[in-house]
Design a protein around this ligand. Sequence first.
Ligand SMILES: [Zn+2]
Length: 93
Amino acid sequence: MDKNDDIDILICAKTAGMPRPVYGSIRADCLECKSPVWVSASGQKAMNGNKNLKPCCIECANEKMKDEKDIKASIVPGAIDELRRYFMKVEDN
Ligand SMILES: [Zn+2]
C-alpha cells in the first residue's frame, strides 16, 4: 500500500468545460452528479491502486468538502495541469 490509500475522491474537471484534456485521459462519471468528467492517466493509475477512490467533479468536491469535514480529497500530480488550465479558462471568460 502506498501513502495515497486514504484518498476517497479524485477531483476531476467536467468534460463540458474542457473539450481537450491531457493526453491519455478517459471519461468517467462524477460520483455525485453523474456528469462526465476527465480522469487523467495519473488519476486512472491512482484509482487502480485504490478501489475506494472515485472520480468527482470540482463542484461536487467543493460541496462535499463543505459538508463533510473529514472527507479526503486529492489531486493526483497529472491533474494539476488539467485543473490549472480549467481555472485559467474560467478566468478568461
Ligand atoms: Zn459532480
